[in-house]
Write a protein that binds this ligand. Sequence first.
Ligand SMILES: [Zn+2]
Length: 461
Amino acid sequence: MILLSKFKPIRFRLPACGALLALLLGVGCGEEPDPLRGVILIAIDTLRADRVGAYGAARPTPALDGLAEQGVLFENTISYGARTRPSFAATLSGRFPTRRDFDRVLLRSLVSRLKNGGFQTVAFTEGGELSRIYGFDRGFDYWWEQETPVTARDSLSPGIDRTFSMAQDWLRDAAGDQRFFLFLHTYEVHLPYRRLEYAKAIPRGDFPVTFETGDVGRLAAGELEAGVTERNYVNALYDGGVAMADRHVGNLLEVLEETGRRENTLIVVLSDHGEELGERLSHYLGGHGHTLYDELLRVPLIIHDPLRTYPEKRVRAQVRSIDVLPTILDRVGLTLPADSHGKSLLPVMEGRMRSDRMALSQTFKNGVKLRSAVRAKSRKLVRNSPRAEPVLPRTQAFDLRVDPGEESNEIHENPTWVGEFQVFLDNHETLERREGVPHFGSPKDMPAELKERLRSLGYVE
Ligand SMILES: [Zn+2]
């Protein structure tokens, strides 16, 4: 049992009926309050959509598949970032970030709207690129993050076990009666890959038993070579992490059941980006952030609302991760800033809106943009800087209906759709000229512990 005192920063407030509260919550004193008591956003970092059973993966993910069965699954969800920090900056703000809004602090975080709307806002995260040092704790009453290196997670830092048990203890012992927004984040699926569940039964060729962050560098340096056997092995290790994350989601659902919260808690599952698993270049195995190909941008998105039935069970229209917080705000009756780029998905879930939403995705290094892509469900245009590794053509155009693997660049055939996509990217560049390209760099005064944790995740040289 964990003492309640560890959650001390949270202030408990029972709702009282008053004019201000009624204004904030959008209810009058005589009206029935919304029976929805809580929202849980579960972010499984680095989880590719195609590795979830409900998205067609060969290996099952029973907890996520069950949630998808009961809720709404979005088949085509595109992330803004191919790395953690840009991606969460966009998701938590509902915006395609510019420097004005995101220079170290998430000035536009929509979490503040939930807090101001009467929700206690709580986060249990695995830190690193999602550390409070970058301002991600903005709007949260209580923010907890893991601080020891992930490479030590079997001894010093127990990773997902700790994160999820903290959240479960909070739900059992500290959540109280106030409505809540709980943000839960794990690096379980991220490097290092150490879950042998599927891997132990198959050959590993020349590879070590577990796949560590240092092995990515050894691959790039040619000290390790990944053939079909090794790639299959690493894929099985990755899927072992997915299975572990799925089990923890299952445990969390049981705790919600136990505490009587399952029937009045909205659950959203999302990832921030995918992962390279050797399908494109054999040495791009176990990493992300290099490119904007679909294995990095297609993420799972499942929403289960126990209090409402939506006619759309599997949404085929393309949506974006920036639409997730606007959807949560809409569902709890809070307004969205007028200049938000993200929009609520409720009309999509209700079958009133079926059009694709244009998705912007970008990569950066030290305040310099390296790549940007605009994607509709069947088409994608990518602009690459010659400074980006690997070096790719300056402009790539893919017709995803006939070329889902993005292997055939059609830019020289000058397809008619390209113009509209160029204008979309040009417009965003105009905004960036006015408001600045976000830096997403690390502060000089970064604490030593965070530096070590980032190094263990492969982010600091
Ligand atoms: Zn990430």
